[in-house]
Design a protein around this ligand. Structure first.
Ligand code: HEC
Ligand code: HEC
Length: 216
């Protein structure tokens, strides 16, 4: 199928002519002080050091800068392979982060939902195709065989922190599967994550529901 045709089909199935549904206004605001403590407790500080101290990752003051929450969710997604490889090498377990903890971490890193644009659903469709999500997953049964179908209604489409927490758990296995299949691991810049999640949220709200659990 040509990319143009796929986009045309997506436009129809996602009802992209409907007005874009609002941003991530549903999440409880994170607590930056709690986030500071979590940053240490979740081992982030092992690699992200204060300026002037050598660290494996970008310095703490680079991480902590005003940014959109979905933009930050995209950055967290990007850095999974490098972090997973480095942690595994040193024999550390992948840190578990719940949605509430993620909201606190994001507040500490100056993530702000108001800095994310209202999602552009057309760009979201282009992102969905370009990032290769449909090589593994389906959207309303069009695409690959890996569960879940991305049009299933999920609570984590409603907030950047919940989405980032799900992806934090999911991306190490996804990165491993991409490696096995010779697919490149998708990376996100700028507004791409905000547009993609806006699209998936819109698709899931307009899809016939009843297939599978909403979210964990
Ligand atoms: C084992 C080392 C390591 C640990 C532990 C680690 N990181 Fe990173 N982090 C990196 C590396 C390396 C990069 C840059 C590489 C990349 O983006 O692929 C990075 C990049 C990032 C970025 C993106 C920076 C940017 O501006 O694009 C964020 C945000 C981030 N880390 C947050 C965290 C948080 C939050 C934790 C703790 C839960 C954490 N990191 C733990 C190594 C680590
Ligand atoms: C190389 C194959 C592959 C690609 C590409 C891929 N995924 Fe996944 N995805 C998986 C696998 C495997 C799982 C199940 C992982 C697990 O159980 O931890 C999964 C799980 C998920 C889940 C459910 C997570 C949960 O915990 O409920 C969501 C949502 C998801 N993927 C979204 C996406 C999006 C959005 C993209 C594109 C940006 C994408 N995936 C690209 C393989 C992939």
């Amino acid at each position: 199928m040509s990319p143009q045709r796929t986009v045309a089909i997506l436009l129809v199935v996602t009802g992209a002519c409907a007005p874009a549904l609002g941003g991530s206004a549903f999440a409880a605001p994170g607590d930056a002080e709690a986030g500071r403590a979590l940053f240490a407790a979740k081992q982030c500080g092992r690699c992200h050091r204060p300026p002037g101290e050598p660290g494996i990752g970008p310095a703490l003051d680079v991480l902590r800068r005003p940014q959109g929450e979905m933009e930050l969710a995209g950055r967290l997604w990007n850095h999974v392979p490098a972090m997973a490889a480095s942690l595994a090498q040193d024999g550390f377990e992948w840190p578990r982060i719940g949605a509430g903890e993620m909201a606190d971490l994001m507040a500490y890193l100056l993530g702000d939902a108001a800095r994310d644009p209202a999602p552009d659903l057309f760009k979201g469709q282009v992102t969905l195709l370009r990032k290769g999500c449909l090589k593994c997953h389906s959207l309303r049964r069009e695409g690959g065989p890996v569960k879940p179908d991305l049009a299933e209604r999920r609570a984590d489409y409603e907030s950047a922190a919940a989405w980032a927490a799900t992806m934090w758990t999911h991306t190490p296995r996804m990165a491993a599967m991409a490696r096995q299949q010779g697919l490149s691991y998708p990376r996100f810049v700028g507004d791409e994550m905000a547009n993609l999640i806006g699209l998936l949220r819109s698709a899931s709200r307009t899809a016939p529901q009843g297939s599978g659990p909403a979210s964990r």
